[in-house]
Design a protein around this ligand. Structure first.
Ligand code: NAD
Length: 313
């Protein structure tokens, strides 16, 4: 398929690479020249504007930071809802509010185009490996059209409801993952303060009732997992400011529907403090720095938890 891809950042870059590997033709656009150069190096065609990319394509995929970016892309004066050919399928994979997403979908339908929200989970490791989880909101027919593209970038595709439902599911998930990351950091800090080795403690909790995604695949303590941001100075990955954005969106959703979210609200405030202290650009696992002192730049590939466990027993 011919795909316009807008937003070639930490997530967009590997997603573009996987689309190209699967045989699709990608027309890329990003505000950053460096990001665009990288897309060209991967085999994409560079466009000078979102419109330039979209006129070459049958499908548009966006992977942008905020709801405002996405709104401007589709609904602004040169917005893609107005400027694309009739029949174009629009797919937004950014994490934004379901309200903005639904608004774009309504405008798209009125202009003779289709739209699905398809936010993702799995982070940069999942984007690299092509194993992302997609949570899709929109019609079953539009999802079937998008499926070959989503399958090139991900492993699991859930159809969760009509337009906007994908974002609702994504915000529920990210509220939970933010709470889990903060709680995991807190438990590690408690153990280390009481003399435990963080690798041994992690192995214990991973095999006990406290296990979760942070412990299993995205460890926040440096040096325990070589290929995650904590072992690379918390660079790349999922920025804390994005985690905060998502938790604020979840909080908004919760207030709107008079739902209770005390743990989500508390974790949201922790991430706000973390970002206010100048850590917004660091991966969200860096929240552990709020709870304890961690070694700076621990060598990736340091003794694995299994090795340390063997030594400890
Ligand atoms: P990023 O900041 O690394 O990349 C965003 C890219 O968009 C940048 O290259 C930037 O130059 C470009 N950009 C910004 N505004 C633009 C515009 N108006 N037009 C064109 N390009 C523009 O962000 P990311 O980590 O790739 O995240 C993108 C989205 O995916 C966010 O909504 C985030 O919440 C979501 N997300 C991220 C992760 C993750 O682990 N990083 C995981 C799931 C979802």
């Amino acid at each position: 398929m011919r795909v316009a891809f807008i937003g070639i950042g930490n997530m967009g870059r590997p997603m573009v690479r996987n689309l190209i590997h699967a045989g699709h033709t990608v027309f890329a656009y990003d505000l950053s020249v460096a990001a665009l150069d990288e897309a060209v190096r991967l085999g994409a065609h560079a466009a000078v504007s979102p419109h330039g990319a979209a006129t070459e394509a049958d499908v548009v995929i966006s992977m942008l930071p905020t709801g405002q970016n996405v709104r401007d892309l589709y609904l602004g004066p040169d917005g893609l809802v107005a400027k694309t050919r009739a029949g174009t399928l629009l797919i937004d994979s950014s994490t934004i509010s379901s309200t903005v997403s639904s608004e774009i979908a309504v405008a798209a339908r009125a202009a003779g185009k289709s739209m699905i929200d398809a936010p993702v989970s799995g982070g940069t490791p999942g984007a690299e490996a092509g194993t992302l989880t997609f949570m899709v909101g929109g019609s079953a027919e539009d999802l079937e059209r998008a499926r070959p593209l989503l399958e090139a970038m991900g492993k699991r595709i859930f159809h969760v409801g009509g337009n906007g439902a994908g974002h609702t599911a994504k915000l529920c998930n990210n509220m939970l993952s933010g709470v889990c990351m903060a709680a995991t950091a807190e438990a590690l800090a408690l153990g280390v303060a009481n003399g435990l080795d963080p690798a041994v403690l992690s192995e214990v909790m991973r095999n006990s009732s406290g296990t979760n995604y942070a412990l299993e695949r995205y460890h926040p303590y440096p040096g325990i997992m070589p290929n995650v941001p904590s072992s690379h100075g918390y660079q790349g990955g999922f920025r804390s400011e994005f985690q905060l954005k998502d938790m604020r969106l979840a909080k908004q959703l919760s207030a709107e529907y008079k739902s209770l979210s005390p743990l989500g609200d508390l974790a949201c405030d922790l991430f706000a403090l973390h970002c206010q202290s100048g850590n917004g650009h660091l991966d969200y696992g860096s929240i552990i720095k709020m709870m304890m002192k961690v070694p700076e730049g621990a060598a990736p590939g340091a003794a694995s938890a299994d090795d340390q466990m063997r030594r400890a027993v």
